[in-house]
Ligand binder design. Structure first.
Ligand SMILES: Nc1nc2c(ncn2[C@@H]2O[C@H](COP(=O)(O)OP(=O)(O)OP(=O)(O)O)[C@@H](O)[C@H]2O)c(=O)[nH]1
Ligand SMILES: [Mg+2]
Length: 380
């Protein structure tokens, strides 16, 4: 699976960057510890390390379909690349993989920092693997591009799952905008489906816009909750509850179990008055402990029954269709926006218009008209 000299984790970038120590120093042959060098004949010679060449589109496609993990990781790296050359090839690969995608349940998981997302995914993912599923764990976390903090932390917290041959854990892609990160995660999800993963878990930390973004790419959205001291619903946004297909109160163990049960009653009372996230499905609250494993199997039964209900009712396929169309529109907007603001002429005229508007010399509408004309005339 791994090349003998390739000591990088499978998600590390092909091109080493100084931000990531991806090489391990080779050991000396012998004598450093008083031991003799091994007899040359007794140790099989390691094959010479081939320099990594870029794969052809067909090699990427066949490797992914054959469930080759090294090629899968390389394909994701290609998809995540911002270089225009890579982007073109990535799109070719994706187009060829498209007929092999879609055969999974896509599950979004959110919750405030410390709610136990990583611990839950470790426990839930390991359970699913034991049931014969193949699980891919992805993340949407634009902040990690700045700190890169959660990446290594999560890899260690999901230690068991990361090492499971039936699981594939991929940290959040780098990116400065949520839109950019989301595009990469969506496309990575498709690559993982083509590689035979039938459960995709997309994690996001419950702050800001990222919950809405993840909701727009998954079938089922799980909100992880913990009991707080005092008011259970303190800081709980109604908007986030309305995105969820289930609320899971984690850490229901020890002294906390009773508090979790009380919170469950309270959540169910409130959910009763909210609009459900999915037509024909009632969002309810449940309890679990990612630490002891209580309630973990029930979460899967719940998601399975969600899938059966919504597939039968037609909502499952309809949501995916709508998501694809919405994604298309978002990409058009992103493209136009960057094309506009990167236009050479617009860049020249924009500061002039900004000043004129600030000084009240022209109206905002006039300035916009002028800028759009400048943009549209670029080719002429
Ligand atoms: N008692 C108990 N502790 C738990 C449970 N699940 C997680 N924890 C603990 O809660 C802390 C935070 O868990 P994480 O899984 O790192 O939480 P997270 O939501 O991934 O946090 P961020 O990645 O920072 O957003 C850790 O110390 C866990 O051991 C649980 O079910 N019971
Ligand atoms: Mg975490």
């Amino acid at each position: 699976m791994n090349e003998p000299h390739d000591r990088k984790p499978e998600w590390a970038q092909d091109q080493p960057s100084e931000k990531f120590a991806s090489r391990v120093r080779q050991g000396v042959d012998g004598k450093h510890d008083g031991m003799e060098c091994a007899d040359d004949d007794s140790v099989p010679a390691l094959p010479s390390v081939p320099r990594r060449r870029r794969l052809t589109t067909e090699e990427y496609v066949q490797g992914v379909i054959a469930q080759n993990r090294t090629v899968l990781a390389q394909t994701i790296t290609l998809v995540e690349s911002n270089a225009s050359l890579h982007r073109d090839q990535a799109q070719e690969v994706l187009t060829k993989l498209l007929p092999h995608t879609g055969n999974s349940i896509r599950i979004g998981i959110t919750g405030v920092p410390g709610a136990g997302k990583s611990t839950f995914i470790e426990s839930f993912g390991t359970y699913l693997c034991s049931q014969g599923h193949r699980v891919a764990v992805l993340a949407v976390d634009p902040s990690s591009s700045v700190t890169r903090g959660s990446i290594l932390g999560d890899k260690t917290r999901m230690e068991q799952l990361s090492r499971n041959p039936h699981a594939f854990v991929r940290p959040s892609p780098a990116g400065t905008t949520l839109g950019g990160v989301a595009r990469k995660t969506r496309e990575t999800m498709l690559v993982c489906e083509a590689a035979g993963f039938d459960v995709i878990l997309v994690e996001t930390v419950g702050v800001g816009q990222s919950e809405i973004t993840v909701r727009s790419m998954v079938d089922f959205f799980l909100l992880l909750q913990i009991t707080g001291a005092g008011d259970e619903l303190q800081g709980m946004k109604k908007g986030v509850m309305e995105l969820a297909d289930a609320i899971l109160i984690n850490k229901a163990d020890g002294d906390n179990r009773q508090r979790a049960l009380n919170a469950q009653v309270e959540f169910n009372r409130i959910l009763h008055f909210l609009k459900p996230a999915t037509e024909g499905w009632e969002t309810k609250a449940y309890i679990c402990s990612a630490l002891t494993g209580e309630g973990i199997q029930e979460v899967w039964s719940l998601i399975d029954s969600f899938r059966q209900t919504t597939v039968a009712g037609g909502g499952f396929g309809l949501r995916r269709q709508r998501q694809s169309l919405a994604w298309m529109h978002t990409m058009i907007q992103d493209y136009l926006q960057s094309s506009f603001f990167n236009d050479k002429n617009v860049k020249e005229v924009l500061p002039i218009m900004e000043q004129a508007v600030s000084l009240g010399q022209i109206s905002v509408s006039q300035a916009v008209d002028q800028l759009i004309k400048t943009y549209q005339n670029k080719e002429k």
